[in-house]
Design a protein around this ligand. Structure first.
Ligand code: NDP
Length: 292
């Protein structure tokens, strides 16, 4: 079997187009421009690349982009002040504090200081609780992107066996909640899981979010299963995922490549979340197809 390659790059472009369409409509019909603020503390080179790319794509979609760059030794109280300013700014609908934060700052306290209605990363405890109880939430961008690709490929996900490898708060757990919301039978695997190969072999859908290069080999994959590879691992000079692409593609029905799979969907979903937050803030209908 040769797997269908799920082209995240192309899919993300369609999401960005939809976002731009909604942004144009918001401006024409209501005179509203959605605004996204990204706060970066310190000079982590990878974070700087992400922040630049987020800013560029925000502007390309017709939205307002604000970047707040703070020195690495910025105090937690100063950062909280910046968050409070952005919370109070009516032209800003989404706030993202780029992680990781320097060790002297309590990241949890900062995230929970963001107005939950502007928490486009979906990491605020209220949004986590809303997602877990099936209420309208801001949903973390990476799992939202995975869900969009799965819905697009499968249509109805109801009753499928899904195995999520990884239980982080930013990917694994919200991914599992979203799949449960789609009525999948969900298993969350992690470093203590007994007989991981057997667990993964049951899955119609495998989402790998581990951070270990090419850890999942093809013989763990049920023939015809869909494999979503969240992993981004730098090995020598190339990027590889958490699944061994060639052997998994030989077994799977569909698979996301790395790069060009989940990665591009993450920023596209950040833009989608910003438009959603803007519509909710103004009591307007939410954009269709861009939410969980
Ligand atoms: P974390 O390190 O926070 O979590 C990794 C998870 O994998 C943990 O739950 C851990 O288990 C589990 N794990 C580790 N080793 C094993 C093992 N041998 N068998 C089974 N499970 C294991 O990572 P993240 O969730 O933040 O990220 C995961 C990957 O996704 C990374 O490669 C990251 O770069 C990538 N990523 C990609 C994004 C994108 O936009 N495409 C966005 C975010 C992340 P335990 O809890 O027991 O320790």
């Amino acid at each position: 079997m040769t797997a269908t390659v799920i082209d995240g790059k192309a899919f993300a472009a369609t999401v960005r187009e939809k976002v731009a369409g909604h942004v144009a409509r918001l401006s024409e019909e209501h005179g509203i421009v959605p605004g996204l603020a990204v706060v970066l503390v310190g000079e982590d080179p990878a974070s700087e690349v992400y922040v630049r790319s987020k800013g560029k794509q925000t502007v390309a979609a017709g939205m307002k982009s604000v970047e707040r760059k703070l020195a690495a030794d910025t105090s937690e109280s100063k950062l909280l002040e910046v968050v409070a300013e952005l919370n109070a700014d009516p032209t800003i609908h989404g706030i993202l504090v780029q992680l990781p934060l320097p060790p002297h700052i309590d990241a949890e306290a900062v995230i929970n200081a963001i107005d939950p209605a502007k928490d486009v990363d979906g990491f605020h405890i209220l949004n986590v609780g809303r997602l877990g109880t099936g209420q309208k939430a801001m949903v973390p961008c990476t799992p939202l992107g995975c869900l969009m690709m799965l819905r697009d490929h499968h249509g109805d996900l109801s009753g499928l066996d899904a195995v999520v490898i990884g239980r982080s708060n930013i990917v694994g757990k919200p991914m599992a909640q979203l799949l449960l919301g789609e009525s999948c039978t969900v298993t969350i695997a992690h470093s203590r899981t007994k007989d991981l190969p057997e667990v993964v072999r049951r899955a119609d859908i495998v989402v790998a979010a581990v951070g270990r290069p090419e850890m999942v080999p093809g013989d763990w994959i049920k023939p015809g299963a869909t494999v979503i590879d969240v992993g981004i691992n730098r090995v020598e000079d190339r990027l590889v995922g958490d699944v061994d692409y060639d052997s998994c593609a030989a077994q799977a029905g569909a698979i996301t490549p790395v790069p060009g799979g989940v990665g591009p969907m993450t920023i596209a979903c950040l833009l989608a979340n910003t438009v959603t937050a803007c519509c909710r803030a103004h009591g307007l209908a939410e954009p269709e197809g861009l939410t969980a």
